[in-house]
Design a binder for this molecule. Structure first.
Ligand code: NAD
Length: 261
């Protein structure tokens, strides 16, 4: 489990990440477009924990696709984060309309070969985008970070990730906090005595997914982190599996068409 940092202001990121490290979090997910790499970088240097025990993920934004842009975009992220290397660098969205994600992927591979990035991954890639990377040769992404929560389980993409041996990382794992009132989630919560957030996170983790819930509140960060030791029954997992509304449950944009906000 990592801490997601979307919609965290740069001025608040340092304190939030320092608090999260005290709770036990070691993995942090940001992006060039979140505007808080600087705050995260300050926390990395002030936290007192060795850099190598932290796992820092950031992402290349849509306007930086293409070989000519990747290296300068990466340089800006590294400077803001004040780190020598990034643990996981991802393409934020495939933006198929640009036709550049294969070239961008090769540039990420070059960064990895130069030792500037430990691992390279993608985000919001659909099965056809993953297949296209595979057909193009080169390395397979270690991770695909996609919208995934009980109401949008993204099964086709998850199956494609499994076929390509790519780890699945769920963004909006809590449905951005909008699904806690669902009667099935409420039922499992009252039956198990765990909060709705914990029930949903345990469902993800029980199925081997990486999760990066975001919270700016200390008590929620503690509560979410504790979900790592919760086991749900097979019946409870199935009850949550059955909530999938496919694309109707999607909160974010469609990766097939998304260009810029
Ligand atoms: P999320 O599902 O993590 O929900 C976050 C919201 O849930 C918070 O704002 C908070 O209000 C609420 N919440 C969190 N813990 C809670 C608790 N214990 N009790 C009650 N409410 C709680 O949504 P998200 O922030 O969109 O997704 C998580 C992370 O995924 C982001 O911060 C970001 O790092 C990443 N992300 C990536 C993409 C992408 O395109 N790759 C898109 C969106 C988000």
């Amino acid at each position: 489990m990592g801490l997601g940092l979307w919609r965290v202001e740069d001025a608040h990121a340092q304190k939030l990440v320092e608090d999260a490290i005290t709770i036990g979090y070691r993995s942090f997910d940001t992006a060039a477009s979140y505007g808080n790499e600087r705050g995260l970088g300050k926390a990395i240097s002030t936290s007192g924990v060795p850099r190598e025990t932290l796992f820092i993920s950031t992402k290349l934004w849509n306007t930086d696709h293409g070989k000519g842009n990747v290296f300068s975009a990466f340089e800006r992220s590294v400077c803001a984060l004040k780190v020598d290397y990034i643990d996981l660098y991802m393409i934020h969205w495939p933006v198929p309309a640009f036709g550049l994600y294969r070239e961008t992927w090769q540039a990420l591979h070059t960064l990895q070969q130069r030792g500037l990035v430990r691992s390279i991954g993608v985000s919001n890639f659909l099965p056809n985008h993953l297949q296209s990377l595979s057909d193009n040769g080169g390395p397979v992404p270690v991770v695909n970070q996609v919208e995934l929560h009980p109401l949008h389980q993204n099964r086709e993409t998850v199956n494609a990730c499994t076929a390509h041996n790519i780890a699945v990382e769920a963004w909006a794992p809590l449905g951005q906090g909008t699904i806690f009132s669902h009667p099935v989630i409420q039922k499992i919560s009252s039956r198990t005595g765990h909060s709705c957030a914990q029930v949903i996170l345990a469902w993800h983790l029980n199925q081997g997914r990486i999760v990066i819930p975001k919270s700016s509140r200390q008590e929620h960060m503690v509560e979410n982190y504790a979900a790592q030791s919760i086991a749900l029954s097979a019946e409870e997992i199935q009850m949550l599996d059955e909530l999938d509304q496919r694309t109707h449950g999607r909160i974010g944009p469609d990766p097939a068409t998304f260009v810029l906000p």
